[in-house]
Design a protein around this ligand. Structure first.
Ligand SMILES: Cc1cc2nc3c(=O)[nH]c(=O)nc-3n(C[C@H](O)[C@H](O)[C@H](O)COP(=O)(O)OP(=O)(O)OC[C@H]3O[C@@H](n4cnc5c(N)ncnc54)[C@H](O)[C@@H]3O)c2cc1C
Length: 432
């Protein structure tokens, strides 16, 4: 049979392409099938476009802060479609890099839409024809999609999703953002920075509903200072919908599992229609599922880790997962996996304004907060709101994964003047 493989991977997002490369390295004949662009949501409509736009907005902020350095810089009016073109070039370039990675590792690439015929045979609709692909092992890495809210259809004009928002060619005058999770907060921050009058509504009592309440509260104040109108505990999010030029709905993600003809193999889904797995294996022994399609993680790096683990036959990770939100300044947190079970905790906190490097960078907003387990003196959680939180949190993740105590950390020297000193300082400030 022409299209006969050891492994077929459906979806070339971070979970799928990482997994395909890992299998191919084991000398298994591997194919990856992708219906759109290599790189998945992360590269095309997620992590990379949002962080590019955030970086542009941040550069704009730095220029407007030039007086902090006794400089006089002036910004010409922004042409948003030029910025989107730059973003598209970056994405296309990175997508070519993924293609090179796959081909260098002898992974065959098929551009087409895959569905199950049976547990070993996929039917793939390409632009020219329909073909069959046979594989001993099939990995579903089909990801997730933007979810709309009850009674509301995306028309992709006024009612838009995150993908539409990342491809607007003009800056909207007004925007209602529904959903204050990480994506909602990031897009609100970015568009507000470009001049959009943003209202951010959340049904839960705080923004970033699963985040530390103190951090969420502080971030709410930061967003408000930026000019974003934040409304929480909002039951009628669309009450004055006519007032807004754009309504961006970012109220969660839905699985891409349906549409794969999974009924042909009787694949089990959970009650939210994500694929049920145990250590990446589904209820069908040769069919695996990884990344967003399993309803776990919803992060590119957890999806990649799934891809590696599934290919290496490793068990599911149970490590601290750093979380970052690209606001201005960014916020981030990481907790030990047993943090919620700790019942005797002390906290230490230090403000960015107390740090020399933060003063040099004119980044005085925010703080670092740490939690220590009083029984073991181990550092159990770190929350950061402030400049470079997105990078600093990786140091905190290593500290927590290594189960360092206050004494262990105190033996380390951090470069001065540096923002990472804030973590040492917060640990020294623990009150018990
Ligand atoms: C706006 C936004 C910002 C984000 N920012 C970040 C961030 O900063 N950091 C972070 O870690 N995460 C971020 N994420 C989340 C991250 O993008 C996802 O968690 C990650 O892409 C999931 O990877 P995946 O491989 O599981 O799925 P995806 O990346 O969704 O890839 C799935 C792929 O499968 C393909 N596919 C689906 N069905 C089929 C089929 N039947 N046949 C063939 N191909 C198919 C799709 O076209 C897609 O390319 C963001 C998400 C969004 C929406």
């Amino acid at each position: 049979m022409e299209n006969k493989y050891d492994v077929a991977v459906i979806g070339a997002g971070p979970a799928g392409y990482t997994c395909a490369v890992e299998f191919a390295k084991q000398n298994l004949k591997t194919v990856i099938i992708e219906k759109e662009n290599l790189g998945g949501t992360c590269l095309n409509n997620g992590c990379i476009p949002t962080k590019f736009l955030w970086q542009v907005a941040k550069t704009k902020q730095i220029i407007s802060k030039s007086f902090e350095y006794a400089l006089k810089a002036k910004l010409e009016p922004v042409n948003f479609s030029d910025i989107i073109n730059k973003k598209n070039k970056l994405v296309a370039n990175l997508s070519k890099g993924i293609e090179r990675l796959l081909t260098a590792n002898n992974v065959d690439i098929i551009k087409g839409f895959a569905t199950f015929k049976d547990k070993n045979i996929l039917s793939v609709k390409t632009s020219e024809k329909e073909i069959e692909v046979f594989a001993n092992k099939i990995i579903i890495a089909a990801g997730s999609q933007c979810k709309n809210i009850a009674g509301m259809e995306f028309d992709h004009k006024k009612y838009i999703n995150s993908t539409d928002a990342l491809n607007l060619t003009e800056i909207p005058k007004t925007m209602l953002v529904i959903g204050a999770g990480a994506i909602g907060v990031e897009l609100s921050s970015i568009f507000s920075c470009f001049g959009t009058d943003v209202t951010l509504r959340e049904i839960c009592p705080q923004i970033l509903p699963s985040e530390d309440t103190e951090l969420a509260f502080e971030l709410t104040k930061v967003l408000a200072r930026q000019g974003i109108k934040v409304e929480v505990s909002c039951t009628d999010t669309l009450k004055d919908k006519d007032k807004f030029e754009k309504i961006l709905i970012v109220a969660g993600r839905q699985s891409s599992a349906e549409g794969l003809n999974i009924e042909n193999i009787k694949l089990n889904l959970d009650n939210k229609k994500f694929i049920e797995t145990k250590n990446y294996v589904t209820n069908i022994d040769n069919v695996y599922a990884i990344g967003d399609v399993t309803g776990k993680g919803f992060l590119a790096y957890t999806a990649e880790q799934d891809g590696i683990n599934a290919a290496k036959n490793l068990l599911q990770n149970n490590d601290p997962v750093p979380k970052v939100v690209f606001s201005f300044p960014p916020s981030a947190s990481v907790k030990s996996v047993d943090f919620d079970k700790c019942d005797d905790i002390s906290y230490g906190k230090v403000s960015f304004s107390a740090n020399a490097r933060a003063q040099i960078e004119a980044e005085r907003t925010g703080w670092v907060k740490v939690a220590i387990d009083n029984k073991t003196k181990k550092i159990k959680a770190v929350w950061i709101l402030g400049a470079n939180a997105d990078e600093l949190i990786n140091i905190a993740t290593v500290i927590i994964k290594a189960e360092m105590t206050i004494t262990d950390l105190s033996k380390n020297m951090f470069f001065h003047p540096g923002l990472a000193e804030l973590i040492l300082e917060a640990v020294r400030n623990v009150k018990n």
